[in-house]
Design a protein around this ligand. Structure first.
Ligand code: NAD
Ligand code: UGA
Length: 477
């Protein structure tokens, strides 16, 4: 049962009476809006920070004991600030009127219709927000793009906001968010950099200085970097593209390792120790998931095509192609190793979140892999410490025999195969002897994240199939 302790009306009454040095609003109370504003409120107790959303359930959840987003450390800072200088409310109209600095962190998913379908960013939520700001504003404001947007979005937003009546002026800034899920709080507290893009006009530079003042409360000046507004918008897409490209690069080499008996972890270590390359984002696996990499990559591809840069578009599209190939390869390997049929076999999936330490399953490779296993008529048992509710939503309406069991031991009992899809720490610490004893033999283990001790599991009796490493099989060919 979800416990809801609502702190609504009273808190809103308190905030209008208190005197705050700055009044900040964020439109969009999602994975970015909630945690990033909680951090500003935590670091700047003399600023009032309000977060609004069109989804009333989201706001209720932010005001309850069960936050809508699971992030290590988030509960603590929300508890310290909520009702003091951090407020979540549904009253968008009045909050737009009252606040002078407005962050916008609404969703920017891939367009599913019309021109640019399946590639371009769907900017309808952003545009609706711009129109809401225009409609309800009674004074000039700084509007900050925190959502990830195609380069040149500020131009369109500027055109909408420029139709304001009288002396009301809007200054648009770009301040993309680089936090990653699962580490959001430490990323927000100690970011590699904060990027602020502005128009290089007198009023643009003044607005930029206002935003710098906020971050300077806890971020060293050398980490707050500024640029023109287009560089800022584009840098966000490019940062995600470079990260996704590293994952696809290492995954492509994992396929070659499997053909040549090289070991992808050894290759990644040798390559990553070169200072010029670095060792981050070189873990081979089942491909990247998450709400952003794929959509931002496709958006970049779309932008390149739009500007007639077909070769550049093809280069970045190949990063997405390799990601899909890696998932297909993984599924084909399961089918092949299990004698070409999964019908009626019980397969335990360990991990459904798109990465560890989050309940988020958006674009998780686990969705596609589960669907494919179900299509092969396997019985699928899904286990995850945080993401089972989302998993059930993702697979609702999909035909097949699927169960959700949080306890990995109970989930694996009576199964023919274990398939590890999320790099949760807890999977490294499982008692695989105990699990093996309760499984159907021969027992198969497909480690889609290369996180467990393969040799030990092989010694226990499992037939072990990692990514990009020689298989450890008890079968004689
Ligand atoms: P989200 O879907 O979790 O949250 C967006 C929220 O905006 C939703 O709650 C939605 O109801 C609300 N919203 C939409 N239109 C609105 C409107 N007109 N008025 C008020 N509220 C409205 O999305 P998210 O994951 O927080 O991502 C937001 C943006 O930040 C995206 O552009 C994303 O690419 C970017 N981003 C996300 C992450 C991440 O880790 N999730 C990291 C960096 C950047
Ligand atoms: C990513 C970026 O890291 C953030 O900087 C960015 O702000 C965010 O996208 C965004 O724009 O939304 P996130 O998607 O939360 O953050 O998580 P990552 O840690 O980047 O992982 C993305 C995916 O790549 C996960 O599925 C992860 O398992 C996979 N991955 C990552 C690998 O398969 N191998 C690796 O070595 C690293």
């Amino acid at each position: 049962m979800m416990k809801r302790i609502l702190i609504t009306g009273g808190a809103e009454a308190i905030q209008s009476k208190m005197k705050f040095k700055k009044k900040i609003l964020c439109i969009g109370a999602g994975y970015v809006g909630g945690p990033s504003m909680a951090m500003i409120a935590y670091k700047c107790p003399d600023y009032r920070v309000t977060v609004v959303d069109v989804n009333p359930d989201r706001i209720d959840a932010w005001n309850s004991a069960q936050l809508p987003v699971y992030e290590p450390g988030l509960d603590k800072i929300v508890k310290k600030t909520r009702g003091k200088n951090l407020f979540f409310t549904k009253d968008i109209e009045n909050q737009i009127k009252e606040n002078d600095i407005i962050f916008v962190s609404v969703n920017t998913p891939i367009k599913t219709y019309g021109a640019g379908a399946d590639m371009a960013a769907d900017l309808q939520y952003w545009e609706k927000t711009a129109r809401q700001i225009l409609k309800h504003s009674r004074s000039s404001k700084i509007v900050i793009e925190k959502s990830t947007l195609p380069v040149k979005t500020a131009l369109a937003m500027g055109k909408i906001l420029a139709s304001a009546k009288g002396k009301i002026k809007f200054e648009i800034l770009s301040n993309p968010e680089f936090m990653a899920e699962g580490t959001a709080i430490s990323d927000l507290e100690n970011p590699d950099r904060v990027l602020i893009g502005s128009y290089e006009t007198k009023s643009g530079l003044k607005a930029r200085a206002e935003l710098i003042e906020i971050y300077a409360r806890w971020i060293p000046p050398e980490k707050i970097i500024t640029s023109n507004i287009w560089s800022s918008e584009l840098s966000k897409l490019v940062a995600n593209a470079f990260l996704a490209q590293r994952v696809s690069s290492i995954n492509s080499i994992s396929a070659l390792c499997e053909k040549t008996d090289a070991d992808i972890s050894e290759v990644a270590r040798a390559v990553g120790m070169d200072n010029r390359i670095g060792d981050k984002f070189l873990n081979a696996g089942i491909g990247f998931g998450g709400s952003c990499f794929k959509k931002d990559m496709l958006n970049l591809v779309y932008l390149c095509s739009y500007y007639g840069l077909q070769e550049v578009a093809a280069y970045w599209k190949s990063v997405v192609n390799i990601n899909e190939y890696q998932q297909e390869r993984f599924i084909a390997n399961i089918l092949d190793r299990m004698f070409g049929t999964l019908a009626g076999k019980k397969i335990c999936i360990l991990g459904f979140a798109f990465k560890a330490n989050t309940s988020d399953t958006r674009e998780s490779p686990a969705i596609y892999i589960s669907q494919k296993l179900l299509a092969e008529q396997a019985q699928v048992i899904i286990s995850d410490p945080k993401a089972l509710k989302n998993a059930a939503m993702d697979l609702s309406g999909i035909k097949g025999n699927v169960k959700y069991i949080e306890d990995p031991y109970r989930a694996a009992a009576g199964c023919h195969a274990l398939v590890i899809l999320t790099d949760w720490d807890l999977y490294q610490k499982l008692d695989f002897q105990k699990i093996y004893s309760a499984m159907v033999k021969p027992a198969f283990l497909f480690d889609g994240r290369n996180i467990i001790d393969h040799k030990k599991c092989f010694a226990i009796g499992f037939n072990v199939y990692p990514i990009g490493k020689p298989a450890l099989s008890h079968f004689k060919n």
